[in-house]
Design a protein around this ligand. Structure first.
Ligand SMILES: [Zn+2]
Length: 256
């Protein structure tokens, strides 16, 4: 009986997550274009027709329409169901790790911001300042709602990675974008410096592998830039849940 109850709860949490994910698609599309995010129904970016209410059901409408616009038959980007699924997954993982708590809600909200950051950065190579503000606000909420990490750790987190990035930028010009640096400062406040460093390492490893792939496949030359935001966002999202655990497990492996 308990298993059924948990199943129902997780189903509702997942549905909540994909609905928020659907809204993230709106943010990702509209914020860079400066379209009001609250006004107007979603429309097909190809033919401009306003979507029907039944086409707005996350995931399911994509499956029902078989990934094509009802009006013009143009393929709908698989990114829409992907972002919705990420929202659903973030909601489930947040509840599994932190239970039905404020901590889970803050972690989920932070994941949503990070997903938005990743896709806007892929599209525009820029991270809007509103994203950094959102992460800082979540960090302030966390100061009151979550006992760990301590405030000192959060304050160190603001500078722990961002300042070395600024210094590296001085030595090798444009090695990091300003948006990436601000993202690391904001995430540092949210995560505390330990989890921040874990998240940064994950991002560097991911970005490094991708960079090698780009060079090897000759898609970019040495000077070519690619969006690092998605790797940072993914690293920080992982660190949000298991950053401190990885940090202490790593120290533990040295007997510290
Ligand atoms: Zn269309």
């Amino acid at each position: 009986m308990l298993a059924v109850a948990y199943g129902v709860i997780y189903l509702f949490v997942f549905i909540f997550g994909i609905c928020i994910g659907s809204f993230l698609n709106v943010l990702i599309y509209r914020i860079p274009l400066h379209i009001n995010i609250a006004k107007g129904r979603s429309f097909c970016p190809k033919c401009g027709n306003t979507l029907l209410a039944r086409d707005l059901v996350p995931l399911f409408s994509f499956l029902v329409l078989r990934g094509r616009c009802r009006f013009c038959g143009d393929p709908i980007s698989p990114r829409y169901p992907l972002v919705e699924s990420l929202g659903g997954a973030a909601a489930i993982v947040s509840v599994i790790v932190w239970g039905m708590t404020w901590h889970a809600l803050i972690a989920f909200a932070a994941c949503c911001v990070l997903v938005t950051v990743a896709f806007i950065d892929i599209d525009t190579m820029e991270i809007p300042d509103s994203m950094h503000v959102a992460l800082i606000v979540l960090g302030i909420c966390a100061v009151f709602a979550v006992p760990m990490p301590a405030l000192v750790s959060r304050l160190i987190g603001i500078v722990a990675v961002s300042v070395p990035m600024i210094l590296l930028d001085l030595i090798i010009k444009d090695s990091f974008g300003g948006g990436d640096i601000k993202l690391c400062a904001a995430c540092g406040f949210l995560l505390g410096w330990r989890a921040l460093i874990v998240g940064t390492f994950i991002a560097i490893i991911g970005g490094g592998i991708y960079g090698i792939y780009l060079l090897a496949s000759k898609k970019k030359d040495r000077k070519g830039h690619f969006a690092f935001g998605p790797f940072l966002a993914a690293g920080m999202a992982v660190a949000l849940f298991v950053g401190d655990a990885i940090w202490y497990a790593y120290l533990g492996s040295f007997g510290l």
